[in-house]
Design a protein around this ligand. Structure first.
Ligand code: NDP
Ligand code: ZN
Length: 182
């Protein structure tokens, strides 16, 4: 199958799976906007032309958020794409604080491809927290989120300099809004 088909089929499937879901910003943007943004960040800032990684970007929240099983994902998209999604999927049976702690702990042990996907996801989310934040989040919560993103991304650096630099840009903009240390 040609590689564009793989990526577009993944985006189409993700759009269907997340069709009822919205982002947490005040405008309740369609969730799929975030999936497109993550794939776009990989391709543009990261110069990624790896169709399996771009497809995994489109599908990265499908298991965590839509009740899709890893087996169903592997059946549709094969074990490589499903494996990449598995690497960036939290165990939802754990409490939230524990999941966030594990993301920090696991980041340096992810594959090179999954580390790039993780950074692109954090770029999209930190940009949203800065420019289109969840309506009910305090300034302090947004600031804490910024620091947590930086800790996870620090564990993922060194694979793709373009993505590392793109995160640093978004972080600098966040820091200008939320302030530095703390
Ligand atoms: P959540 O994990 O609940 O929300 C952040 C996630 O929501 C993002 O990682 C992103 O994930 C998704 N998302 C959807 N829309 C947006 C958007 N517009 N902007 C950014 N992200 C969006 O929140 P927290 O990271 O705060 O984690 C919860 C933790 O916060 C708990 O440990 C809890 O104890 C603590 N907490 C802190 C408070 C405080 O004031 N400091 C108050 C309450 C809880 P994805 O890419 O998967 O969509
Ligand atoms: Zn995401």
């Amino acid at each position: 199958m040609n590689e564009y088909v793989t990526v577009l089929r993944a985006l189409e499937f993700a759009a269907e799976r997340h069709s009822e879901q919205r982002r947490k910003d005040a405008a309740a943007s369609p969730y799929v906007n975030h999936l497109i943004a993550v794939a776009h960040i990989l391709a543009a800032a990261g110069s990624v032309n790896d169709s399996e990684l771009l497809a995994a970007a489109a599908l990265h929240d499908a298991v965590e958020d839509t009740g899709l099983t890893m087996a169903e994902l592997a059946e549709r998209f094969g074990p490589v794409i499903a494996g990449l999604v598995a690497e960036v999927t939290d165990d939802k049976s754990l409490p939230k604080a524990e999941r966030k702690r594990l993301q920090e702990e696991h980041a340096p042990h992810l594959s090179a491809r999954a580390r790039q996907l993780k950074i692109a996801d954090k770029i999209s989310n930190l940009r949203d927290v800065t420019e289109h934040p969840p309506a009910d989040w305090s300034f302090e919560r947004r600031r804490e989120y910024m620091h947590w993103c930086a800790r996870v991304v620090n564990g993922c650096r060194g694979v793709n300099p373009g993505l590392d630099a793109a995160f640093d840009d978004v972080y600098r903009r966040a820091e200008a809004v939320f302030g530095g240390r703390g």
